[in-house]
Design a protein around this ligand. Sequence first.
Ligand SMILES: Nc1ncnc2c1ncn2[C@@H]1O[C@H](COP(=O)(O)OP(=O)(O)OP(=O)(O)O)[C@@H](O)[C@H]1O
Length: 272
Amino acid sequence: MHNFSHTQVIGIASGKGGAGKTTISINLAVALAMRGAKVMLLDADLGLANAQIAMGVHAPLNIGHVMDGSHALSDIIVTTPQGVRLVPGASGVRDLAALDNSQIAAIIRSFDDIQEPVDYLVVDVAAGISPAVLDFMAACQRRFVVVCDQPASIADAYGLIKVMATEQNLDEIYLIPNMVASSAQGLQLYRRLNDVCNRFLGISIRHLHSISADELVLQSLRKYKPVLDFAPGSVAARDFRTLAELITQLPPIEQASGRLQFFMGRMLHNAS
Ligand SMILES: Nc1ncnc2c1ncn2[C@@H]1O[C@H](COP(=O)(O)OP(=O)(O)OP(=O)(O)O)[C@@H](O)[C@H]1O
């Protein structure tokens, strides 16, 4: 096996659907790729998988074909026009939305067969707090929780953070405020939620940057393009570039957590 540099794995979740998890996963992957990183995006929003549509790429095979044993993971990966290596989810396959632990573990382990260099793996996880969501988030090194400044979204984000921190003992939790009027509003939302986490859970969450509400995000989706492609000069595109830059400045996490993780084989190989 080659001696790859450590792959940094970021899981993206949101308590509530519609907070912008897929939008953020896609544009973050593209922004990192535009900086020259080798980026893979796993559409683990199984059952609702729509990353391939939003990125304007045709994927003849998907993770369902890996699950049924007919194909290897490397067979199903497609390269998007932005140079992101996309692992397509299986849209409309209801069985995939209800995978058990051993099936999730099989998906996570299948990444050990990948032979290409990957600097970042971005994992777009389903909404909610299902066991599958928690398994995927536990298998990542950093966890991003997408939230909008609305009571239902905040309550759901808090619920997800609570379960991840207290029941799963996961750290490296970042809040990504989305659809904010300004980065000051995003920071304020982060502070509010972090205060509640401090007080009631005894933990701190982290903050990098928020994503502004931008009409061009919606327009880009209608054109099947990431906003970074469709409107590179837009406010949202600028926010995604800033977020990507801040991520590249984070210290790499090189420790295995003791739980099942993506690219475990590489981690162990590099450590030996
Ligand atoms: N920053 C933004 N500005 C404006 N619109 C946005 C922004 N982020 C997301 N949206 C829009 O909000 C809607 C929901 O976004 P998205 O599909 O990414 O959410 P999601 O959390 O992945 O939803 P689900 O979990 O249901 O798949 C989409 O129409 C998207 O274009």
